[in-house]
Design a protein around this ligand. Structure first.
Ligand code: PNW
Length: 452
């Protein structure tokens, strides 16, 4: 990348988007209200031992009934962009077939409230809450899910073409495929063969393609669309050319199955060689959908892997036990991940617009004391990661925005309500919201558009 005249203390570019993010299943609650169907997470949460404390999604932040006050709070903090997701089982309780008009009504009211509060929606079509009825027909292992998603995407994009101009097809394919069907740590909790897991990836990529197609066909003027991926992030151990080259090679290899395939319009040779007989079955025309051009790439970046040039090629290092982390064990504190992930995406795949669609940190113990949560750890996390975003922009990387995960403490999947990611504290007994120190800090940054 080239360089611009941006320096560390200068403002972010005028069109840089500062937002916050959340997902339907994690905040809405009302899991069985107004005709919503059961999701795979509603089912998974009830299997003993799967979710911390046996926490369910039934109530969560009760955002379903409190969105208007939540948007008022958001607006009072100066937050003007909000990434949310739509719950597929609210729209089609059985995945396909009969439409639930009350589901559409809910999001109509929600978008009207956002408009009233001056907040622009970025909408993810699928953030893991697959209708259980589809899982009963094979879930992500089956093309039935692809056909159902195509119909769901058409319906939603048509219904909200006036309200929504920024669409994200899917959130983090890896998490609902490999972790849902390979390791079984996420819903539906299945442990299948490598071949089957690769097939779930392929079906997810097809759904992404259908999402793009739906936005092109029904999104109306000015609508843009992209995927949100949690790519593997490589951070060179030193910034000497050999380590940078090693990190880039590791990055390219590790992201071949999703980002590489989308760009190449086929599965890259390196990927096919690695998986051998476990390669997914591909039908003619599949890659016409998968490689449809998008308008941006969203990246969820929380952490990264250090890579160096070794004697036999790139070497990825395991973090030593004492390496700093958040309370989530996978969340090692590596702020340079923002710089290197966006730079490599731009260099390797040529993305011309990148957004950090999630970045944040989770901790278990964040009590309200005298009306305040002094989460200096989160304030520092946000600051150090935004510095790396700034550095990327200064280096000519087309990074256009940043969404902090998350607006409010919520259902952190298998970690239940224990693990808090919000800049707003949620008391899950009383539903009282308390903005944390980090919320005030982020509000100041948004106001001044520079790192404080
Ligand atoms: C993302 N990992 O998940 C999701 O998009 C959010 O719904 C979630 O709440 C948030 O990050 C915090 O976890 C991830 O193991 C889960 O590397 C796990 C990983 C990454 C992202």
């Amino acid at each position: 990348p080239g360089t611009t005249t941006l320096t560390y203390d200068s403002p972010f570019p005028a069109d840089f988007v500062f937002g916050v993010a959340a997902a339907s299943a994690q905040i809405e609650g009302a899991a069985f209200v107004d005709g919503k169907g059961e999701s795979v997470w509603d089912r998974f949460a009830r299997i003993p031992g799967k979710v911390h404390n046996g926490d369910t999604l039934d109530v969560a932040c009760d955002h379903y009934h409190r969105f208007d006050e939540d948007f008022a709070l958001m607006a009072s903090l100066g937050i003007k962009t909000y990434r949310l997701s739509i719950a597929w089982p609210r729209i089609y309780p059985n995945g396909d077939g009969a439409l639930n008009p009350k589901g559409l009504d809910f999001y109509r009211r929600l978008f009207a409230s956002m408009k009233k509060h001056g907040i622009t929606p970025w909408v993810t079509l699928f953030h893991w809450d697959l209708p259980q009825a589809l899982e009963d027909r094979g879930g992500w292992t089956s093309r039935v899910t692809v056909d159902a998603f195509a119909q769901y995407a058409d319906t939603v994009v048509k219904a909200f073409a006036q309200d929504v101009k920024h669409w994200i097809t899917l959130n983090e394919i890896l998490c609902f495929t490999l972790l849902g069907y390979g390791t079984g740590s996420k819903a539906p909790g299945r442990v299948e063969s490598a071949k089957t897991v690769n097939q779930t990836y392929h079906h997810a990529l097809l759904c992404h393609g259908h999402g793009v197609r739906a936005v092109r066909q029904h999104g109306g003027p000015g609508a843009i669309v992209g995927l949100t991926d949690n790519c593997s992030v490589a951070v060179p151990v030193t910034e000497k050319p050999a380590d940078i080259a090693a990190a880039k090679a590791w990055f390219t290899d590790r992201n071949a199955q999703i980002l590489g395939a989308m760009q190449a319009g086929k599965y890259p040779e390196s990927f096919l060689k690695r998986v051998g007989a476990d390669a997914p079955d591909v039908k003619p025309g599949d890659f016409d959908l998968i490689s449809l051009p998008t308008d941006f790439l969203g990246l969820n970046i929380y952490s990264g892997t250090f890579v160096r040039a070794g004697k036999a090629g790139p070497e990825a290092l395991t973090h030593p036990v004492n390496y700093p982390r958040a309370d989530s064990t996978w969340l090692r504190l590596v702020p340079q991940s923002i710089y290197w992930s966006t730079r490599f995406c731009h260099e390797v795949y040529g993305h011309q617009a990148l957004y950090i669609t999630e970045n944040g940190c989770g901790y278990d113990d964040e009590p309200v004391v005298n009306g305040e949560v002094t989460d200096l750890h989160r304030r520092d996390y946000v600051r150090s990661h935004l510095r790396e975003a700034h550095r990327a922009i200064a280096a000519g990387v087309p990074l256009k925005g940043y969404f902090l995960w998350s607006f409010i403490d919520n259902y952190e999947w298998e970690d239940g309500y224990q693990r808090r990611f919000g800049i707003v504290h949620c008391d899950f007994k009383t539903q009282v919201r308390t903005p944390k120190l980090s919320a005030r800090y982020y509000a100041d940054i948004i106001k001044e558009r520079r790192i404080l």
